[in-house]
Write a protein that binds this ligand. Structure first.
Ligand code: CO
Length: 219
């Protein structure tokens, strides 16, 4: 485990390494950011967005919270999505969950968890939507893993429900929304291959906020 003071030593070493490989590294950072990706993931310390994607500073806009939830009345995540789409013009929005997610595990317990209750409600609701499928899985670990995947899918739908994503996609053809799961046992990033257009069409039946005809009605 790294100690508090070591962090500042690490930082000095990092500055030296960056300058050695790219002399104007920090001058470039100051010039601004132009990321193509918005990553919405879990706060879990083992799931490091930039490192597992292999991207450099400036390449991914990041939002993390417990169990990668995209709550409709969460001003934080909604501000991030709006800023990323409207100003940064990101091409891809990724919701990334991970196996062994403590947040999802907590939601699986029938227990009063205090201030976490309203947050975990988002995930308990996902369980309710998919109760039939989940209850057919006899193995608790399989049920846990499947709920992690279903939670990612549901949070992708929550991203697609936003006006800013619908309007930008119909006008510009981007962003598209992707659901991933990080499997920390192997290090693999799994793409759930969400069919963005099909999901957008479904969503628009009820949640069309694009100020134009739903995709299915267009020629
Ligand atoms: Co987690």
């Amino acid at each position: 485990m790294v100690s508090y003071n070591e962090i500042f030593e690490n930082n000095k070493r990092w500055i030296a390494e960056k300058k050695a490989s790219e002399a104007d590294f920090f001058e470039k950072l100051v010039e601004g950011q132009d990321p193509d990706f918005l990553y919405i993931g879990c706060s879990d310390s083992r799931v490091t967005a930039e490192e597992l994607m292999g991207v450099k500073p400036g390449e991914v806009f990041v939002h993390r919270n417990i169990a990668n939830v995209v709550g409709n009345n969460d001003l934080n995540v909604m501000s991030v999505i709006n800023y990323a789409v409207d100003y940064l013009k990101v091409k891809h929005i990724i919701v990334c969950g991970h196996y062994y997610c403590g947040g999802v595990k907590a939601a699986l317990q029938s227990k009063d968890l205090g201030i976490l209750n309203p947050w975990l409600r988002n995930i308990r609701d996902v369980y309710r939507f998919h109760k039939t499928e989940l209850n057919l899985l006899e193995d608790a670990d399989k049920r846990y893993r499947r709920l992690i995947e279903l939670n990612v899918e549901e949070q992708c739908l929550n991203v697609i429900k936003t006006a800013v994503v619908q309007k930008s996609y119909l006008k510009n053809g981007y962003p598209t929304v992707h659901g991933w799961v990080f499997d920390m046992q192997t290090g693999a990033l799994l793409d759930l291959n969400i069919d963005f257009e099909a999901r957008l069409k479904e969503i628009q039946e009820v949640y069309n906020l694009s100020d134009s005809e739903p995709l299915s009605e267009q020629a």
